[in-house]
Design a protein around this ligand. Structure first.
Ligand code: F6P
Length: 342
């Protein structure tokens, strides 16, 4: 047990995710309910370094539950992990403001920072999984994932309209770094012919064979267009850098014989649009539940835990363990996508 903090800080760090605002709101209002004070730190660890800290009250987090992004701002500060002097500057900010506990909302890089901070300062820390990637193995879902999937589905629906009108094939790249969850979930929800994820290891030629097989099946049953969803992680290794949505589309256009059908394919990278937009109800509720749980962790005198959800129950896991846990793409969902695309 550590000292129960009275004044806590909150920051959002790394890539923003829809629902971060809802999470900040939940932390602030839960903490105030228990007579704690909350300070917002701007732009993640960068704001800590620059001493950009402000008190937050219930009104400060009004009118943000429905907004995408993070009103505190976010940044990536790689030096935090590598440079002790940078960290010392950050720590002096926390000391100056009398911050006795810290909530960090972000992905695995942000968690590693929180872990270091806790070990070096003794300040109790708690992590909230704020990332669209859903790549944290200890939790079934991260805040922002559901909204990002819905954004992808919405975009793919629109592509589907034009692809269907022209009888084309769309090769759509979605985000997620090395995690294929956004691709799998949006691919199933959008009725994709083929879904490419980095957790399945194939060479470029093996992926092309797979796509061709899937297109042959759907053209064979009379479909006039196609949707291929690929996770960006597919082309993140140097060996696969060339394997972009445009490359696959051009290859298909040049190899219509293999598909056995006229092919007019286009590549589309959805990009950062996936990180924006109003969070879904599901992400807001997840953020509310997790935000409250983060405050509970600090109130109970616990530290160095991150909040997650497993089988719809809020759980906590030691941050050092969480950052080492690999996310495993749901093999059943991949098999299901395959069955449904026949
Ligand atoms: O981690 C969230 C994420 O959106 C990834 O899906 C993506 O690869 C990355 O961030 C993009 O980072 P940046 O915003 O720095 O281009």
């Amino acid at each position: 047990m550590t000292k129960i903090p009275h004044r806590i800080g909150i920051l959002t760090s790394g890539g923003d995710a829809p629902g971060m605002n809802a999470a900040i709101r939940a932390v602030v209002r839960s903490a105030l309910y228990y007579d704690m004070e909350v300070y917002g730190i701007r732009d993640g660890y960068l704001g800590m370094k620059r001493n950009e800290v402000e008190p937050l009250d219930a009104g400060s987090v009004g009118d943000i539950i429905h907004r995408g992004g993070t009103f505190l701002g976010t940044a990536r500060l790689p030096e935090f992990a590598t440079d002790r002097e940078v960290r010392e500057v950050c720590y002096s900010t926390l000391r100056e403001h009398g911050i006795e506990g810290l909530v960090v909302c972000g992905g695995d890089g942000s968690y590693r920072g929180a872990n270091l901070l806790q070990k070096e300062t003794g300040i109790p820390t708690v992590g909230l999984p704020g990332t669209i990637d859903n790549d944290l193995g200890y939790t079934d879902f991260t805040i922002g994932f559901d909204t990002a999937v819905n954004t992808c589905v919405d975009n793919i629906n629109k592509l589907r309209d034009t692809m269907a009108s022209h009888g084309r094939v769309s090769v759509v790249e979605v985000m997620g770094r090395n995690c294929g969850d956004i691709a799998v979930h949006s691919g199933i929800a959008a009725g994709a012919e083929a879904i490419l994820v980095p957790e399945i290891h194939k060479t470029d030629n093996q992926w092309l064979d797979y796509i061709v097989r899937k297109l042959r099946v759907s053209f064979g049953r009379g479909k006039k267009y196609g949707i291929i969803v690929m996770a960006e992680g597919i082309n993140m290794t140097p060996k696969m850098h060339h394997f972009t949505a445009d490359y696959i589309a051009s290859w298909l256009n040049a190899n219509a014989d293999a598909v056995g059908h006229r092919v007019d394919a286009r590549g589309c990278v959805i990009g950062h649009v996936q990180r924006g937009g109003s969070p879904t109800a599901s992400d807001r509720i997840l953020a509310a539940r997790m935000g409250e749980a983060a405050v509970d962790v600090l109130r109970e005198g616990k530290t160095n835990l991150c909040v997650g959800i497993r089988r719809n129950r809020i759980i906590t896991t030691p941050i050092d363990e969480a950052v080492e846990m690999k996310n495993h793409v749901d093999k059943h969902l991949i098999a299901l996508a395959d069955i449904l695309a026949r």
